[in-house]
Design a protein around this ligand. Structure first.
Ligand code: 5GP
Ligand code: MG
Length: 182
């Protein structure tokens, strides 16, 4: 299976993303005013969204980073989820906001909610760039959703396909060629 740049269709432009990120940040600033907040970036996919979002925060957050991997499957949804890099700050008694690229089935986010939720946090919420609702199997609410998308494989603005396309400033949907060689 190959994916080429000409298989990509832009869903949301850099400008549209900027507008939406500003709206989300304004809501988050209202909700966390005066609170000790830790924003957690789920690497790698959320790095660009996280960077754009947190630079608009005015509650003086602490920032930390985590990374997940899976075994028993080649996608996070199909295997068991593990931390390949855990958080480093103490989360106890703090208002934690998980910042993720995409919530798809919800398996990954459910794991994070369970793990981070067990660390005596004061509150726990989710911001996701993309709320992909169609394949959701877990019952959870994305508190701050950038865009809702029903289907398709998304790349750009931090999201990759086999390590590529993360640098694209817009959000694109991929049309995958199957078995077409190079
Ligand atoms: P889950 O199914 O557990 O909710 O999603 C697992 C992870 O798969 C997401 O955090 C995201 O990193 C990745 N993922 C899900 N859908 C897509 C997609 O359309 N594009 C990309 N690049 N990654 C995705
Ligand atoms: Mg992810």
């Amino acid at each position: 299976m190959t994916l080429r740049i000409n298989n990509l269709r832009e869903l949301f432009s850099a400008k549209e993303i900027e507008t939406r990120v500003c709206e989300l940040a304004a809501r988050i600033n209202d909700d966390y005013r005066g609170k000790n907040m830790v924003a957690l970036c789920v690497l790698n996919g959320a790095f660009m969204f996280f960077a754009d979002l947190v630079r608009r925060f005015d509650m003086g957050p602490e920032l930390d980073f985590l990374r997940l991997s899976s075994y028993g499957g080649n996608s996070l949804s199909s295997g068991r989820v593990l931390f390949s890099k855990d958080t480093e700050l103490s989360l106890e008694g703090k208002h934690v906001l998980i910042v993720e690229d995409i919530v798809d089935t919800g398996v990954t986010m459910n794991f994070l909610l369970r793990e981070i939720g067990s660390r005596n946090v004061k509150s726990l919420r989710i911001a996701a760039l993309i709320d992909k609702v169609e394949r959701r199997t877990e019952k959870l609410t994305v508190d701050y959703a950038g865009f809702t998308v029903n289907w398709g494989f998304i790349v750009g603005y931090g999201l990759d396909y086999a390590g590529r396309f993360r640098e694209l400033p817009g959000i694109h949907v991929a049309e995958l060629d199957v078995g077409s060689g190079s």
